[in-house]
Ligand binder design. Sequence first.
Ligand code: HEC
Length: 457
Amino acid sequence: MRPVRKLHSLFIVSLFVLVQSACSNDGGRIPAKVTFTEHVAPVLYANCAICHRPGGSAHFSLVTYQQAKSYSASLAYVVRERIMPPWPADPHYTEFVGQRIMSEHDIRILEKWVEDGMQEGPEDKLPPLPDYPRGSLIGTPDMRIAVAPYSLPANSSDKFLLVKVPYELPRDTYAALIEFWAGDNNIVHHVNGDMVKYEFDKKADVFAGERIIDMVEDSTIKQAFEKLGLPNDDGTYPVLQKSVVNYLPGVFGQKYPAGIGGYFLPRKGAFLLNDLHYGFTKNAVTDTSYINIFFAKTPPDRPVQEFQLGTLGVAPVEPDLVIQPNTTKKVLSRYTIPIDISVLTVNPHMHLLGKSFKAYALKPDGDTIRLISIPRWDFNWQYFYTFKKMVKIPKGSTIVAEGLYDNTRQNMNNPFSPPQLVKDQNGSMRATDEMFQFIVTYLPYKEGDEQISLETK
Ligand code: HEC
């Protein structure tokens, strides 16, 4: 229910829509009479059914005539306001791989169908439902590791878990891609996963320790890490590689062109799923998700690197992220890069008080390189946005990330009523604490990088 309630800053919404309709190409004429089987079903199958189908991540389907008809009033509204399909980044600021932006033509089809009285149309015109992938969105993995099953009782509210997924291999190897596969993608909302890399002799048993920790109940990250048995046997910490596996409903794992990306998989290791977020569920369920690994024959040629601005990052949040009740607050974080880089993806991160987000780079010559603008922050849809082509940022440029927070009653997502003091608790993942982060994944720049398309599947 959230997305609709959230969208009451109508001023921004209508501006956004105006610009959008002025620029989108209209992809054909609108028929005199719009019917479900002839015109609406193809639009829904292309734009919505990946999530709104049986077994999809949304809690209701939009694949049959009856289903679409029963949601018809909100269909037209959510597409016109661009609440659905979910894509918070402004496509007029920067474009990304796999962006879900509906054309003005498709929006009009849905609107006109409602205006025309929601006719079904000839049955034999209904296109077959696309064949949706099972088990992986990429292919057949070389290895599947089950995440420890987690049971949610009926009517349980949001859970934020820290989960360890240990593995042991016959030898050191390499992975081209690591994919998270949600068992029940109706309740698994998102995952941001790191890899713990053990030196073989320093850890006798990677499987020792707990598998799942509820972050709301546990106090510090360090205690949680100890319970999970993450440290080496001598108490020191193994290397942690950030963000090797991320998940959001409807998002493909990003496979880069040959030679780019890939990971060293040590013989002994573990995936550490930060922030495995299970949403509300009416019925009791037990979820078993998987990590799919696609091996690579050769070591990563150009492994992806990353830095983050803001909370726990290379540059602080300015001013401190302390948001008094009944106020809005602007913050920023800026970092001057010491080398030329080629940016692959960006990931803005805020919690429930987030209102808008923007990031760009200021070149030494004064020019601006646009990175991302999110005019209406949406906690539920925090993508790792992949550029269509790598973006070169020259050394000496300052990357600037700006965020606006709203700690008033007008913010429909405010976790507190009345509003309370909310602050950054050193990267606490609780959604009721705040964070301000901008994660950039990149490669050291090489001549010609800006020509390489990242749109391969
Ligand atoms: C990436 C997945 C995804 C895509 C694509 C998507 N939706 Fe949704 N949609 C959701 C989720 C998740 C919700 C939240 C409610 C829920 O949990 O089912 C939602 C909610 C809705 C709602 C209800 C809003 C409310 O009041 O709760 C409507 C209507 C809707 N979507 C229509 C559409 C239409 C029409 C399209 C295609 C143009 C579309 N969606 C594309 C995932 C998606």
